[in-house]
Design a protein around this ligand. Sequence first.
Ligand SMILES: Cc1cc2nc3c(=O)[nH]c(=O)nc-3n(C[C@H](O)[C@H](O)[C@H](O)COP(=O)(O)OP(=O)(O)OC[C@H]3O[C@@H](n4cnc5c(N)ncnc54)[C@H](O)[C@@H]3O)c2cc1C
Length: 566
Amino acid sequence: MAREFKPYPFEPKHHPAKLPPLRHGADPQRHPVVIVGAGPVGYCAAIGLARHGIAVVLLEADDSVCVGSRAICISRRSLEIMERLGAIEGFRKTGLPWTGGRSFYRDAEVLHFQMPQDDNQKHPPMVNLAQYHIEQILLDRCLEMPEWIDIRWRTRLTALRPHDDGASLTVSTPLGDYAIETDWLVAADGGRSFVREALGLKLEGTSYEGRYVIVDILMKSDRPTERLAYFDPPCNPGSTVLVHKQPHDVWRIDYQLRDGEDPDAAIEPENVMPRVQSLLQMMGERAEWSPIWTGIYKANALTLPRYREGRVLLAGDAAHLLPIFGVRGANSGIDDADNLAWKLACVIQGVAGEWLLDTYSHERVAAAHENLSQASKSTEFMAPPSFAFELMRTAVLGLAVKHAHVRSLINPRQTSAITYTDSPLNVPDDPDDGFTAGPPPGAVLLECPLVWVDNAGARRQGHITDLLHHAATGPAFTALHFMRTPAAAWPLQALQARLADDGILFNVMPIWGSAQDPNDRAFALYGVESSALYLVRPDGHVMARWQHADVSILATRVERTLRSLA
Ligand SMILES: Cc1cc2nc3c(=O)[nH]c(=O)nc-3n(C[C@H](O)[C@H](O)[C@H](O)COP(=O)(O)OP(=O)(O)OC[C@H]3O[C@@H](n4cnc5c(N)ncnc54)[C@H](O)[C@@H]3O)c2cc1C
């Protein structure tokens, strides 16, 4: 349910349908991977697989990137992923970075929050940019890799027959229908997933009743980029209003519908315009404005119990639906794609057993449960599902005006990177190693500035996550080898060569104490005493870590861990 008033300041390109050369109504080539759905998740899965040397067919029912008002807030973790996918530039160029926000109860400010941010960080905690920008940036990246990614526009999956070694698909296009055979199918076909329905899979969880009107407007304003939340504001008593700035003078205004309001009528201009006008007046915005788009939003907190069904893997909104509060929908789907791409590539390339894909489901379902728990708490505050929740919220907001200690209850719980605490891939810490700091197995790297000399002898400044960007094609594991005093690196280099012979890409990145970490930040953050090795997965999660000065022993441990994937 949506209304478009005028075009966004963004012109999507429309792509025609094309048929591959067909034989007897079928694509004669059997494909290693078909991805259904070119939304943020489908694009990320396609780019991830392509970077790992796997060719994909990407099916999209539509003829362009999305239109309308959807995701706008992209997290630091997603930006790290975008950097590894080679797509960060567009986010830097177009996105509006921000670090915090403010909440008001009636006319009093009751919370000024900051997301984690310090000078160790490479990326801001969040950037705002519209989903059509996000998709366009990812599409442009796909188009740089035509030998790996074959996008088929206006091509809708209409039938699916899974079997033991793949799936048989039927697709419909304006030029006719045809059949496709694939070894693996990735379902990134969104909230109304055809694949999910075709397999008879059921989402589990809660659907909330409260509704929000989503309004995008065009307005020039110098107001900084931050999240603004107004509870029971004088301009719209009894309601909750969220305001976000987007690039190109677009503003997102979300307001809660009061009980009994008709959602159809609520998005009509005669109802939207006065409410937006009185909000802008209350905020002191005097510039002219015009509506672009209105829609209705209703929160769902749902997930499938598992994301792998034989040769079919589900990701993004097809696998889980998360409330917008805390901005976890696209962000968690991007993480799904990042987790899935290296694992599927390892399985297809024969360096890991199919069981590795069960860890995709295990880790990402656990992540969904954590996301659902956080997002549900945010939703209960933003759209109280019962009188009791409403009462509690009013009490908290009322107390927060005077008492600072209750203000944390208003915190919007913005998304943050998830630790795979009980992943079967984690090698538990050896208690004798005595790490007192640093990311444990299952966690993402802690960001930290470093300096190093590159292959051309030039001194470079960067961050620890830069060490994961290898030129090599393939899912590469990384050893971050911290050393205070120079040690013979040959056992790790010999291992690197041995593993490469068996198709396992593994890079060794030495971090010399005084040379690369002059202020001792990385050594302190990673809890390194004299020397240690962090073994990092291609998706930037720590798999194992050991404190040991003997490089041969470290090499043996790394080899045992990586060969156990087979
Ligand atoms: C108002 C609103 C605000 C939001 N804000 C945020 C936010 O700030 N941050 C955030 O992280 N998330 C946010 N979200 C959630 C985010 O939009 C979704 O989580 C995200 O779009 C999911 O991406 P996806 O790729 O899984 O699915 P989609 O984006 O839905 O993409 C699915 C694609 O599959 C295609 N498709 C569907 N069926 C077929 C078929 N049978 N054959 C071929 N193609 C098919 C569709 O055309 C579509 O292109 C918001 C959502 C809404 C509604």
